[in-house]
Ligand binder design. Sequence first.
Ligand SMILES: Nc1ncnc2c1ncn2[C@@H]1O[C@H](COP(=O)(O)OP(=O)(O)OP(=O)(O)O)[C@@H](O)[C@H]1O
Ligand SMILES: [Mg+2]
Length: 300
Amino acid sequence: MAEEIEFAQKFSEQIEKAKEQKVRIVIKEQYKEAFEILEDCESAGLIPGIIGPPGVGKTLILRAYAERSGRDFAWITGDEGVRPSHLVGSFNPAIVLRKGFSLESFDPGPLLKSMVFGRVFGLNEGNRLPEYVQNSLLEPFEERTLHVQRLGRIQANDDFFPVLTMNPEEMAGAHRLSEALRDRIRVWIRIGYPRKETELEIVRMNCPEYTISDGVMDKIYDLVSSTRSSTDIEVPGSIRAGISIARLAAQMAKRKNEEQISHSTLSTAATYVLTGALRFRPGIDPEPAVNALIRRTLAS
Ligand SMILES: Nc1ncnc2c1ncn2[C@@H]1O[C@H](COP(=O)(O)OP(=O)(O)OP(=O)(O)O)[C@@H](O)[C@H]1O
Ligand SMILES: [Mg+2]
């Protein structure tokens, strides 16, 4: 019992912490443009899709967009296991037994809540949803209405703003979006890897407690960007990988009392990160490939 009370206390403390969390984002170039087009889409009543490789900031843009317009952000990631009830909500059978099929016995899902409260609703990887689930989104996206079984049809709050994000279809493993849903997404915003200076600014923003020299930052960029031009690699290193290498190398150097991040520390940190951050083409042995890539890049 004591643990339950402590849990409830800590839980509300952590809820408050989440509310204080501000989005940290570099808004320039493609990010600024995406932001402006999102505003235009919303004003013009058009649903946008953001397309880009993993880890370029698609979710972050939406989070920032919601925050700056004073709204909450809800999101769901599509996969084969998602059912319409995960989006809309479902009746709690135990409460239905006592109260019948009423609003009291209904647990609303993220889509319904977003429509009622007027939230930014991010549908990540909507292309991975089974087709019939994609089809269940047609009514909310096209008509801004939603029929909830046994409860009735609702009209969305004016501030409801759905946005799809997905990886480009040319990426290995990406599923196709159903034609019907694709037709409802009217505007396509492409986000790619940013320019070097911008990417390094993003990496630095995500390492506020460390000082990292320009020379080391250059190397980190070289490491990550070399994975993006290799034909052996299907899924290259993202901005996330650069952030992780920078943070791990800086922390390792701190522990080892290195004044500057040494070559060997950077190389070790890069190995730890890139071992899992990349997906190689079938038939390529990842371990030696990662080692060779790091040796080659850091030698130059
Ligand atoms: N413009 C930016 N400013 C600050 N940080 C950024 C920016 N873009 C990306 N990041 C950082 O890069 C990481 C990846 O961003 P995010 O999760 O938004 O990518 P994503 O495109 O949604 O990836 P996925 O396709 O895997 O869902 C996060 O740590 C985020 O903070
Ligand atoms: Mg994302």
